[in-house]
Design a protein around this ligand. Sequence first.
Ligand code: AMP
Length: 306
Amino acid sequence: MSLLILGSVALDAVKTPFEEHEDLFGGTASYATISASFFVRPSMVAIIGDDFPKQYLEDLKQRNIDLTGLQIVPGKTFRWSGEYFDNMNNRKTHLTELNVFADFIPVLPEAYRKLPFILLSNIGPDLQLHVLDQLEDPRFVIADTMNLWINIARPDLMKLLARIDLLSINDSEARELTGDNNLVKAGEILRSMGPKYVAIKKGEHGCYLFGPDQFFSCPSFPLEEIKDPTGAGDAFAGGLAGYLTDHCDAAVQQGGINFDILRQAVVYGSVMASFAIESFGPDRLRTVTKNDIEKRVQLLKTYSLL
Ligand code: AMP
Protein backbone atom coordinates (compact mmCIF):
# COMPACT_ATOMS: atom_id res chain seq x y z
CA MET A 1 0.00 0.00 0.00
CA SER A 2 1.55 3.30 -0.97
CA LEU A 3 1.08 6.92 -0.02
CA LEU A 4 1.10 9.88 -2.40
CA ILE A 5 2.71 13.05 -1.03
CA LEU A 6 2.37 16.42 -2.78
CA GLY A 7 4.26 19.50 -1.61
CA SER A 8 7.30 21.72 -2.02
CA VAL A 9 10.96 20.83 -2.27
CA ALA A 10 12.95 23.91 -1.35
CA LEU A 11 16.20 25.55 -0.45
CA ASP A 12 15.70 27.24 2.92
CA ALA A 13 17.55 29.93 4.85
CA VAL A 14 16.78 29.79 8.57
CA LYS A 15 17.77 32.06 11.43
CA THR A 16 17.19 31.31 15.11
CA PRO A 17 18.29 33.37 18.14
CA PHE A 18 21.42 31.16 18.20
CA GLU A 19 22.38 30.16 14.63
CA GLU A 20 21.85 30.99 10.97
CA HIS A 21 22.08 28.63 7.96
CA GLU A 22 21.55 28.98 4.20
CA ASP A 23 20.81 26.62 1.30
CA LEU A 24 19.29 24.02 3.62
CA PHE A 25 17.43 21.05 2.20
CA GLY A 26 13.81 22.09 2.85
CA GLY A 27 10.24 22.03 1.61
CA THR A 28 7.03 20.56 2.90
CA ALA A 29 7.19 17.46 0.67
CA SER A 30 10.82 16.84 1.64
CA TYR A 31 10.14 16.69 5.38
CA ALA A 32 6.85 14.79 4.92
CA THR A 33 8.28 12.21 2.52
CA ILE A 34 11.42 11.54 4.54
CA SER A 35 9.27 11.12 7.65
CA ALA A 36 6.76 8.79 5.92
CA SER A 37 9.55 6.69 4.38
CA PHE A 38 10.17 5.06 7.77
CA PHE A 39 6.73 3.42 7.50
CA VAL A 40 5.98 2.97 3.76
CA ARG A 41 7.43 3.73 0.31
CA PRO A 42 5.87 7.15 -0.41
CA SER A 43 5.38 8.49 -3.95
CA MET A 44 6.45 12.11 -4.17
CA VAL A 45 4.89 14.81 -6.38
CA ALA A 46 6.96 18.01 -6.46
CA ILE A 47 9.20 20.18 -8.65
CA ILE A 48 12.86 21.30 -8.45
CA GLY A 49 15.12 23.39 -10.68
CA ASP A 50 18.41 22.27 -12.21
CA ASP A 51 20.26 24.16 -9.45
CA PHE A 52 19.05 21.72 -6.79
CA PRO A 53 22.15 20.31 -5.03
CA LYS A 54 23.04 16.81 -6.28
CA GLN A 55 23.75 15.68 -2.76
CA TYR A 56 20.18 16.47 -1.61
CA LEU A 57 18.74 14.66 -4.63
CA GLU A 58 20.98 11.68 -3.84
CA ASP A 59 19.66 11.74 -0.26
CA LEU A 60 16.13 11.36 -1.61
CA LYS A 61 17.12 8.70 -4.18
CA GLN A 62 18.80 6.56 -1.54
CA ARG A 63 15.69 6.49 0.59
CA ASN A 64 12.63 4.32 0.26
CA ILE A 65 10.85 6.92 -1.97
CA ASP A 66 9.27 6.69 -5.45
CA LEU A 67 10.51 9.82 -7.29
CA THR A 68 8.68 9.25 -10.62
CA GLY A 69 6.48 12.25 -9.81
CA LEU A 70 9.38 14.62 -9.04
CA GLN A 71 9.76 17.06 -11.96
CA ILE A 72 13.28 18.40 -12.60
CA VAL A 73 13.13 21.44 -14.91
CA PRO A 74 15.51 24.21 -16.05
CA GLY A 75 15.49 27.13 -13.61
CA LYS A 76 15.83 27.91 -9.94
CA THR A 77 14.38 25.81 -7.12
CA PHE A 78 11.74 27.31 -4.78
CA ARG A 79 13.40 29.28 -1.97
CA TRP A 80 12.06 30.22 1.44
CA SER A 81 13.66 32.04 4.35
CA GLY A 82 12.39 32.50 7.87
CA GLU A 83 13.45 33.63 11.32
CA TYR A 84 12.48 32.32 14.77
CA PHE A 85 12.20 34.53 17.83
CA ASP A 86 11.85 34.17 21.61
CA ASN A 87 11.33 30.54 22.59
CA MET A 88 11.18 29.45 18.90
CA ASN A 89 7.37 29.52 18.87
CA ASN A 90 7.23 32.75 16.84
CA ARG A 91 8.29 32.71 13.19
CA LYS A 92 8.51 35.41 10.57
CA THR A 93 8.81 34.61 6.86
CA HIS A 94 11.37 36.91 5.22
CA LEU A 95 11.25 35.59 1.66
CA THR A 96 9.21 33.28 -0.55
CA GLU A 97 10.73 32.97 -4.05
CA LEU A 98 8.50 30.78 -6.21
CA ASN A 99 10.95 30.25 -9.10
CA VAL A 100 10.10 26.92 -10.85
CA PHE A 101 7.05 26.66 -8.63
CA ALA A 102 5.42 29.55 -10.50
CA ASP A 103 4.63 27.28 -13.50
CA PHE A 104 4.22 24.01 -11.62
CA ILE A 105 1.38 21.83 -12.84
CA PRO A 106 1.39 18.59 -10.86
CA VAL A 107 0.54 15.91 -13.43
CA LEU A 108 0.29 12.52 -11.73
CA PRO A 109 2.09 9.55 -13.28
CA GLU A 110 -0.49 6.89 -14.26
CA ALA A 111 0.44 4.56 -11.38
CA TYR A 112 -0.09 7.34 -8.81
CA ARG A 113 -3.75 7.91 -9.79
CA LYS A 114 -4.91 4.73 -8.10
CA LEU A 115 -3.18 5.42 -4.79
CA PRO A 116 -5.57 5.26 -1.83
CA PHE A 117 -3.73 7.32 0.80
CA ILE A 118 -2.97 10.95 0.01
CA LEU A 119 -1.05 13.65 1.88
CA LEU A 120 -1.42 17.12 0.36
CA SER A 121 1.35 18.93 2.24
CA ASN A 122 1.29 22.69 2.44
CA ILE A 123 1.30 24.22 -1.05
CA GLY A 124 -1.25 26.39 -2.94
CA PRO A 125 -4.78 24.96 -2.51
CA ASP A 126 -5.32 25.22 -6.29
CA LEU A 127 -2.49 22.69 -6.76
CA GLN A 128 -3.85 20.48 -3.97
CA LEU A 129 -7.27 20.49 -5.72
CA HIS A 130 -5.63 19.77 -9.09
CA VAL A 131 -4.04 16.62 -7.65
CA LEU A 132 -7.33 15.53 -6.05
CA ASP A 133 -9.05 15.87 -9.45
CA GLN A 134 -6.64 13.32 -10.98
CA LEU A 135 -7.19 10.61 -8.37
CA GLU A 136 -9.48 7.68 -9.17
CA ASP A 137 -10.74 6.63 -5.76
CA PRO A 138 -8.82 8.12 -2.82
CA ARG A 139 -9.62 6.37 0.44
CA PHE A 140 -8.17 8.83 2.96
CA VAL A 141 -6.97 12.37 2.16
CA ILE A 142 -4.95 14.48 4.59
CA ALA A 143 -4.13 18.13 3.88
CA ASP A 144 -2.03 20.83 5.50
CA THR A 145 -2.10 24.56 4.81
CA MET A 146 -0.65 27.88 6.05
CA ASN A 147 -1.63 31.47 6.83
CA LEU A 148 -0.56 32.66 3.36
CA TRP A 149 -3.35 30.63 1.68
CA ILE A 150 -5.89 31.60 4.35
CA ASN A 151 -5.17 35.21 3.39
CA ILE A 152 -4.86 35.03 -0.40
CA ALA A 153 -6.68 31.85 -1.51
CA ARG A 154 -9.53 31.30 0.94
CA PRO A 155 -12.18 30.28 -1.67
CA ASP A 156 -9.94 27.47 -3.01
CA LEU A 157 -9.03 26.47 0.53
CA MET A 158 -12.72 26.14 1.43
CA LYS A 159 -13.27 23.93 -1.66
CA LEU A 160 -10.36 21.77 -0.53
CA LEU A 161 -11.69 21.40 3.02
CA ALA A 162 -14.94 19.99 1.65
CA ARG A 163 -13.00 17.17 -0.05
CA ILE A 164 -10.57 15.94 2.60
CA ASP A 165 -10.78 13.52 5.53
CA LEU A 166 -8.23 15.09 7.88
CA LEU A 167 -6.93 18.65 8.16
CA SER A 168 -3.55 19.17 9.85
CA ILE A 169 -3.14 22.81 10.84
CA ASN A 170 -1.29 24.79 13.49
CA ASP A 171 -2.93 26.72 16.30
CA SER A 172 -2.48 30.26 14.93
CA GLU A 173 -3.76 29.17 11.50
CA ALA A 174 -6.78 27.44 13.08
CA ARG A 175 -7.62 30.67 14.95
CA GLU A 176 -7.17 32.75 11.79
CA LEU A 177 -9.24 30.46 9.56
CA THR A 178 -12.15 30.16 12.01
CA GLY A 179 -12.02 33.58 13.64
CA ASP A 180 -12.29 31.82 17.03
CA ASN A 181 -9.53 32.10 19.62
CA ASN A 182 -10.64 29.03 21.55
CA LEU A 183 -8.97 25.98 19.98
CA VAL A 184 -11.65 23.53 21.12
CA LYS A 185 -14.29 25.60 19.35
CA ALA A 186 -11.97 26.19 16.38
CA GLY A 187 -11.50 22.43 15.94
CA GLU A 188 -15.25 21.86 15.74
CA ILE A 189 -15.73 24.82 13.38
CA LEU A 190 -13.04 23.38 11.10
CA ARG A 191 -14.81 20.00 11.13
CA SER A 192 -18.02 21.73 10.11
CA MET A 193 -16.14 23.06 7.04
CA GLY A 194 -15.68 19.49 5.72
CA PRO A 195 -12.98 17.24 7.19
CA LYS A 196 -14.23 14.46 9.50
CA TYR A 197 -11.01 14.78 11.52
CA VAL A 198 -8.90 17.82 12.45
CA ALA A 199 -5.45 17.85 14.05
CA ILE A 200 -4.46 21.20 15.59
CA LYS A 201 -0.70 21.38 16.25
CA LYS A 202 0.35 23.51 19.22
CA GLY A 203 4.15 23.37 18.92
CA GLU A 204 5.80 22.41 22.21
CA HIS A 205 2.32 22.04 23.75
CA GLY A 206 1.38 19.02 21.63
CA CYS A 207 -1.61 18.41 19.43
CA TYR A 208 -5.41 18.21 19.66
CA LEU A 209 -7.20 15.64 17.50
CA PHE A 210 -10.93 16.12 16.84
CA GLY A 211 -13.34 13.53 15.41
CA PRO A 212 -17.09 12.97 15.49
CA ASP A 213 -17.84 13.12 19.24
CA GLN A 214 -14.20 12.23 19.88
CA PHE A 215 -11.22 14.15 21.20
CA PHE A 216 -7.59 13.27 21.90
CA SER A 217 -4.83 15.45 23.35
CA CYS A 218 -1.29 14.27 22.52
CA PRO A 219 1.71 15.85 24.25
CA SER A 220 4.80 16.75 22.26
CA PHE A 221 7.95 14.75 23.02
CA PRO A 222 9.91 16.76 25.63
CA LEU A 223 13.30 17.92 24.30
CA GLU A 224 16.04 19.81 26.11
CA GLU A 225 17.24 21.53 22.94
CA ILE A 226 15.40 22.63 19.81
CA LYS A 227 17.72 23.59 16.94
CA ASP A 228 15.24 24.56 14.21
CA PRO A 229 11.43 24.08 14.26
CA THR A 230 11.18 24.25 10.44
CA GLY A 231 9.41 21.24 8.97
CA ALA A 232 7.99 19.97 12.28
CA GLY A 233 4.43 20.15 10.93
CA ASP A 234 5.39 18.32 7.74
CA ALA A 235 7.30 15.60 9.59
CA PHE A 236 4.25 15.26 11.84
CA ALA A 237 1.87 14.86 8.88
CA GLY A 238 4.29 12.51 7.05
CA GLY A 239 4.66 10.28 10.11
CA LEU A 240 0.92 10.28 10.74
CA ALA A 241 0.11 9.46 7.08
CA GLY A 242 2.89 6.85 6.87
CA TYR A 243 1.67 5.08 10.00
CA LEU A 244 -1.95 5.08 8.74
CA THR A 245 -0.95 3.69 5.35
CA ASP A 246 1.16 0.99 7.00
CA HIS A 247 -1.77 0.01 9.27
CA CYS A 248 -4.43 0.18 6.62
CA ASP A 249 -5.06 -3.59 6.60
CA ALA A 250 -5.73 -3.53 10.34
CA ALA A 251 -7.97 -0.50 9.80
CA VAL A 252 -9.97 -2.27 7.06
CA GLN A 253 -10.58 -5.21 9.41
CA GLN A 254 -12.00 -2.73 11.92
CA GLY A 255 -14.30 -1.19 9.31
CA GLY A 256 -12.01 1.59 8.04
CA ILE A 257 -9.87 4.30 9.56
CA ASN A 258 -11.16 4.84 13.06
CA PHE A 259 -10.27 7.15 15.93
CA ASP A 260 -8.14 4.55 17.76
CA ILE A 261 -5.82 4.11 14.77
CA LEU A 262 -5.73 7.88 14.27
CA ARG A 263 -4.70 8.38 17.91
CA GLN A 264 -1.76 6.01 17.41
CA ALA A 265 -0.88 7.78 14.14
CA VAL A 266 -0.84 11.15 15.95
CA VAL A 267 1.58 9.75 18.56
CA TYR A 268 3.93 8.57 15.78
CA GLY A 269 3.55 11.91 13.96
CA SER A 270 4.48 13.78 17.15
CA VAL A 271 7.59 11.64 17.61
CA MET A 272 8.68 12.22 13.98
CA ALA A 273 8.23 15.99 14.53
CA SER A 274 10.50 15.79 17.57
CA PHE A 275 13.33 14.42 15.40
CA ALA A 276 12.80 17.07 12.71
CA ILE A 277 13.49 19.94 15.11
CA GLU A 278 16.74 18.54 16.50
CA SER A 279 18.80 19.82 13.55
CA PHE A 280 18.73 22.49 10.84
CA GLY A 281 17.26 20.86 7.74
CA PRO A 282 16.20 17.19 7.87
CA ASP A 283 19.66 15.84 8.88
CA ARG A 284 18.55 14.37 12.18
CA LEU A 285 15.20 13.16 10.85
CA ARG A 286 16.76 11.24 7.98
CA THR A 287 19.32 9.47 10.13
CA VAL A 288 17.05 8.10 12.85
CA THR A 289 16.35 4.37 13.02
CA LYS A 290 13.12 2.43 13.48
CA ASN A 291 14.44 1.61 16.94
CA ASP A 292 14.88 5.34 17.80
CA ILE A 293 11.27 5.94 16.72
CA GLU A 294 9.84 3.06 18.76
CA LYS A 295 11.86 4.11 21.83
CA ARG A 296 10.45 7.64 21.73
CA VAL A 297 6.91 6.37 21.12
CA GLN A 298 7.17 4.15 24.22
CA LEU A 299 8.67 6.99 26.27
CA LEU A 300 5.97 9.43 25.18
CA LYS A 301 3.31 6.90 26.17
CA THR A 302 4.99 6.32 29.55
CA TYR A 303 5.35 10.05 30.21
CA SER A 304 1.69 10.67 29.54
CA LEU A 305 -0.10 7.49 30.68
CA LEU A 306 -1.26 6.85 27.08
P1 AMP B 1 6.63 24.16 8.38
O1 AMP B 1 7.75 24.50 9.31
O2 AMP B 1 5.99 22.84 8.67
O3 AMP B 1 5.65 25.27 8.21
O4 AMP B 1 7.27 23.94 6.92
C1 AMP B 1 8.46 24.57 6.53
C2 AMP B 1 8.74 24.33 5.07
O5 AMP B 1 7.70 24.91 4.28
C3 AMP B 1 10.04 25.00 4.64
O6 AMP B 1 11.03 24.01 4.40
C4 AMP B 1 9.67 25.80 3.39
O7 AMP B 1 10.52 25.56 2.32
C5 AMP B 1 8.24 25.39 3.07
N1 AMP B 1 7.38 26.51 2.65
C6 AMP B 1 7.34 27.75 3.19
N2 AMP B 1 6.42 28.52 2.54
C7 AMP B 1 5.85 27.74 1.59
C8 AMP B 1 4.85 27.94 0.57
N3 AMP B 1 4.24 29.13 0.42
N4 AMP B 1 4.53 26.91 -0.24
C9 AMP B 1 5.16 25.71 -0.09
N5 AMP B 1 6.11 25.46 0.81
C10 AMP B 1 6.47 26.45 1.65
